[in-house]
Design a binder for this molecule. Sequence first.
Ligand SMILES: *Cc1c(COP(=O)(O)O)cnc(C)c1O
Length: 495
Amino acid sequence: MDIRFRSTRSELEVTASQAILQGLGKDGGLFVPTAIPKLTESFEALAQMNYRELAYAVMSKFLTDFTGEELLACIEGAYDSKFDSPLIAPLVKADGAYYLELFHGSTIAFKDMALSILPYLMTTAAKKNGVDKKIVILTATSGDTGKAAMAGFADVPGTEIIVFYPKDGVSHIQERQMVTQRGENTHVVAIRGNFDDAQTAVKKMFNDPAMNAKIEAAGCQFSSANSINIGRLIPQVVYYVYSYAQLVKRGEIRAGDEINITVPTGNFGNILAAYYAKLMGLPVKKLICASNINKVLADFFETGEYDRRREFILTSSPSMDILISSNLERLIYRSTGNDPAACAAFMKNLSESGGYRITEEMKKTLGDFRGGFATEEENFAGIRALYERSGYVIDTHTGIANAVYRRYASETGDRTPTVIASTASPYKFANAVAGAIAPDKAEGKTDFELIDVLKELSGVAEPPAITDIRTAPVRHSTVCDVDEMPETVLRILGM
Ligand SMILES: *Cc1c(COP(=O)(O)O)cnc(C)c1O
């Protein structure tokens, strides 16, 4: 099947490599595959594959204009000893649920799963399309994408990467990881604003003709490392299929049995990848979309109304502090029956009046999803209960998924085996996690002392990503207002 990629907002259609290179459609839309390919292998066969083999089986079905050789080279470059587990994404059973640990890459959050391969996909795509311009990656981050993207693109020839993060909207450890980033082509800018401000401004720059003309004249072109880039989503489909294959292999389920998947959600990228896995033929019963108190998605799945007109609340799961979940646009597009004009109209309402309401007919297509949210207190109580019952320590984002799933299971009595996407190492949020599990031991301690507390509680070795920032010098200190972002980009690029 020759799969191509179409914008959610117009008839624009491109190849996989072009979609990855561009990041975002020129019409402001997001690229979606023209069809979702089916898994052709049996689950027994998938269960025998290692992560790289399975990545090839899944990704080759989407990236139809990459040769087998090209794709294999990308996969082998990405999923190697940068990951501290040969399984790449181990599945850990604790207190009756399966935690899919997606944080074994170099920056200890799930963003590594896709961002370790995106630079390879992008440079391959540039070569295939005869692009010799320098690729300038603009990235808004709620804390984890920025570091993972810089780690992936650092000193990659022909690229420059600029990351914007909300000054007061990330954890100390996330911030330290970013400002100590090495690499001549990496740039980090703190903005006075929140993640939505950063993401909106970045999207605007992508679609600003004057800005594009300026950077093109200087031999550059923009692309994105955010999950608006389809090159982020497709590698994320892999680990959901892999988790299922692991369950079959370990005899926890039989091939063909249904599972549920719970995902701590912000920009709706990770859970959309799980949905694509289902559409490929993975037997998934429910996709449980877990939000923190910024529960715009939980409300949407309940009422069919998306409404961002509410207070933006900073929480201890900062990578989910988002009110404009960009990837929902891809689901909206699908639920209109792939109607770009209808999708564009909803998105116009979102940007102009802050919300939209979908039709009853569209709502009926969303039955695979179930929304839910957890408060800070519920999150902390859940992290602590899990630790007390099993000794297993999870981070504050996984904690939201954990709390939402546990409530879902007790309310519905649904006993379907459930995979919970574990999106960050607890070390990345040592402060909140240690505070949740052992408040008496955590009180009055510095970040690095809390890391020591966590080490003692979890018995898990400190990851190199943490050891590194204990001593790494600060290399980035730029701060700007949201409306100064374009000029900051031009200045960084020397224009
Ligand atoms: C980015 C992130 C999320 C949210 O993922 P989305 O794809 O934006 O929904 C959840 N947890 C962590 C730790 C993250 O870094």
